[in-house]
Every structure is written in structure tokens, then in C-alpha cells.
Design a protein. Structure first.
Length: 166
């Protein structure tokens, strides 16, 4: 496997929550970034240059542990897609389902199907990953791996949740 597509070791993926990482759509935006890389100082990272150039192709994704395997999903509720399931400290899970703390929606961690909530019947958007040699790799050809953690924002606190108790 290509080390540039390595997300984490399998041990780093928690059993009861999620691991947050960033991906970027391949294609036009990636080509623009590569062109900008050629003209920028070698001391800047690709992520820094992508952020400076307003690369809106970067998205958050999460890894979820399954029985001996791992699933990857874009980190957005299907009810309102600007709401993140993992707000930086791991998504809430119950009985093997991911929970949107804002809407109370439940998503099966293996299929992404919403089984309860305002988007019932919708599916999370999958990201193809594979486990090889004790590491988790991004295998989705639509995306390139950017890094671990979430997208840095404007610093406003958006971690509030709804009044639903879990």
C-alpha cells in the first residue's frame, strides 16, 4: 500500500467512537494545488497551501471500527449536511450506531443507513478504506488523504448539541 494514503494504525481506531481525518477530492482542485505547490516555498506543507488557496475540496471523514474491520464515512449528518457527527472528540455511538447529537439521528456503522431520526432511510456517504498490515489506508480513488483531525475553522464554538439526551 502507498504510505501517502495511510490514515492510521488499526490500534488508533477506537472501539466505541470514531477517528477523524481529512480528505480532498481529486481532480481540478488537486491540480490547482499542485500548480501552487510548485511556486510556493518548500517550507510550507500541502495542507497549509491548500488552506491558503481556499481549497474547498477538503472534507472531514471518520473511521468506525467494525468486527475486525473498519468503515469510512464522510463526517456529515444527512439531515443537515453542515452538521458533523464527530465534532473533534469522537462521534457518540450506541449499540453499534453513530448518533447525530444535534438531530438524534442514528446511523448503522457498517452500512451508513439512518435507522431513526429526521433523515430516516438516508445513507451516510462512504469513503473506501482497507486494513492492510495493521494499518488503515484510504482506497477511495475519488479522494486523496490530507491528514488526521478536523478542518480548522473560524474558532466559533459549534459543539453545542440538541436537547435530546443520550
Amino acid at each position: 500500500m502507498d504510505d501517502s494514503r495511510r490514515i492510521a494504525s488499526l490500534e488508533d481506531v477506537p472501539d466505541e467512537t470514531t477517528l477523524l481525518f481529512r480528505v480532498r477530492k481529486r481532480g481540478r482542485l488537486a491540480s490547482k494545488r499542485e500548480a501552487k505547490l510548485e511556486t510556493e516555498s518548500e517550507t510550507k506543507t500541502e495542507a497549509e497551501i491548500g488552506e491558503e488557496s481556499g481549497d474547498e475540496g477538503t472534507k472531514e471523514a471518520i473511521l468506525v471500527r467494525l468486527d475486525g474491520d473498519v468503515a469510512g464515512w464522510l463526517n456529515y449528518c444527512q439531515h443537515l449536511t453542515h452538521i458533523q457527527l464527530d465534532k473533534g472528540t469522537g462521534a457518540t455511538m450506541r449499540d453499534g450506531e453513530l448518533i447525530c447529537e444535534n438531530h438524534g439521528a442514528y446511523f448503522e456503522s457498517d452500512s451508513g443507513l439512518c435507522t431513526f431520526g429526521p433523515c430516516e432511510g438516508a445513507y451516510l456517504n462512504s469513503i473506501d478504506v482497507t486494513v492492510d498490515g495493521g494499518s488503515v489506508f484510504l482506497t477511495d480513488e475519488e479522494y486523496e488523504y490530507v491528514g488526521r483531525g478536523g478542518i480548522e475553522t473560524d474558532g466559533l464554538d459549534r459543539t453545542s448539541t440538541s436537547n435530546i439526551e443520550f
